[in-house]
Ligand binder design. Structure first.
Ligand code: EPZ
Length: 420
């Protein structure tokens, strides 16, 4: 297993191009199960999670290949309706094959995804939605078994205790596009990744209105056809590089970004004192003066994304003053706190809040990544810490950041891989 070693202290400068969004791509790959016709998805990042989803598609009978950022999914035959535990348990997004498999094959058996280090992540909203469409559901040996001769459109409220659910909205939307009659999803997630999926489904012949708002209306059709689509840029990767610029007192031009997707992040970083300029497809982030502490609360889109919480905590850990970071989506998503404290940060967790008392400097240390965004947070801290930081378990990073170390190296960072 590799670890990432970072020697802190370099100001990052230059340009970086953002890859396609992982969280848009994964459900879109699941959507290709809705048709026998070929689908071509461009701008796909080469990630561990991408490859897991391709393996799942292959296990179900599709030919699915990634070549130079283009995924091609073909094959008219489905050889299986079972999404296996070994694959689904490694990646929660794979639960999204439930809706399309059921809609297309009238039955689906998908392993329950299981626990996760960022907290309990239930699938009750997914199941509620699929059941409302008329499917019979049972749990057998850790699998959800769903059956329905033809799904029937319905009115479904998908709000949960922490707000809307991204993947439940995706899953139910994918099932409803082939259902008989009209489905109305209330309290739907409004994330850009949900919109991207809806755009692909529309290209495939689905009739969907209202995506990007909390009420999505779907008029079921009999069948869908193939489509070609380019994935939106990854707003979380872009946000991570914005923080990389600020934490190293740098100046980075981030290309292939839709700044409209980063409203809450840009707003908070500007409040802290960042200089941010935007064009239609790029964002330049400059450090010009000492930053101020900020309070951040994560919320569903268009609020501040939970997937940027750990990274902003790194930045606040070396920003003089007190910042309060409140996690409202996954109240236990704080595994990075102890690791940042190992590097000299002063962060105290109190329930869903982290109280960050900014210190003058961090000092490099061996730290352990617990999940994808925690890994990014530790790499960011390493960029500014005195001395060497080694981040172990970097397979988490490989799940969601395409060539992070190469991109950081091009900006001047001293970062490399070593065997553990
Ligand atoms: C998506 O996960 C993302 N994953 C996550 O990104 C992201 O953190 C999350 O949305 C929130 O933005 C993908 O898109 C592949 P949710 P998802 O259902 O859809 C609760 C990353 O680092 N909930 O929107 O699984 C849930 O516990 C990852 O890239 C239920 O109660 O998240 C949470 O509190 C990690 N019941 C809230 O809803 C359910 O059935 C929102 O979660 C489903 C969710």
């Amino acid at each position: 297993m590799d670890k990432l070693v970072i020697e802190g202290g370099t100001r990052l400068k230059g340009e970086v191009a953002i890859s396609g969004a992982k969280n848009a791509l994964l459900p879109i790959l699941a959507a290709t199960l809705l048709t026998e016709e070929p689908c071509v998805i461009k701008g796909a990042p080469n990630l561990r999670d991408t490859n897991t989803m391709l393996r799942i598609l292959r296990s179900l009978g599709k030919n699915a290949e990634l070549n130079k950022g283009v995924v091609t999914v073909t094959s008219t035959k489905y050889k299986n309706f079972v999404a296996d535990y070994k694959l689904v348990s490694t990646m929660r997004a794979s639960f999204c094959v439930l809706g399309p498999l059921l809609a297309k094959l009238k039955k689906a058996k998908v392993s329950l995804p299981g626990g996760c280090v960022i907290g309990i992540r239930p699938v009750d909203l997914h199941l509620k939605g699929i059941k409302s469409l008329g499917a019979s559901l049972s749990i057998e040996s850790g699998y959800v078994v769903a059956k329905a001769d033809r799904l029937k459109g319905s009115r479904i409220y998908l709000g949960g205790i922490c707000g809307s659910s991204v993947l439940a909205t995706d899953n139910v939307m994918m099932a409803a596009v082939l259902a008989e009659g009209k489905t109305i999803i209330e309290a739907a997630a409004c994330e850009p990744e949900v919109i991207d999926l809806a755009c692909v489904l529309v290209k495939m012949g689905a009739k969907i209105n209202g995506f990007g708002t909390p009420i999505i209306e779907i008029e079921g059709v009999k069948q869908l056809h193939g489509a070609e689509h380019t994935i939106i840029p990854d707003r979380i990767e872009a946000g991570t590089f914005m923080i990389a610029s600020l934490i190293t007192k740098g100046d980075i031009l981030i290309k292939n970004v839709l700044y409209q997707h980063l409203g809450a992040v840009i707003d908070k970083l500007e409040e802290a004192g960042a200089f941010i300029s935007r064009t239609d497809s790029s964002v330049r982030v400059r450090f010009k003066r000492r930053l101020k502490p900020i309070n951040v609360t994560t919320l569903p889109y268009p609020g501040f994304p939970t997937d940027m919480q750990a990274q902003v905590m790194s930045l606040m850990s070396i920003t003089t003053g007190i910042s309060v970071i409140t996690e409202k989506i996954y109240p236990d998503r704080f595994m990075h706190v102890a690791e940042l404290n190992r590097m000299g940060a002063h962060i105290q967790r109190e329930g869903p809040h982290a109280i960050v008392e900014g210190v003058k400097e961090l000092s490099g240390a061996p730290v352990m990544a617990s999940d994808l965004r925690a890994s990014a947070c530790l790499a960011l801290a390493g960029l500014v810490a005195r001395g060497k930081t080694s981040v172990s378990r970097i397979y988490h990073l490989e799940r969601g950041y395409e060539n992070l170390e190469g991109k950081l190296q091009d900006l001047g960072a001293k970062i490399w891989r070593e065997k553990e």
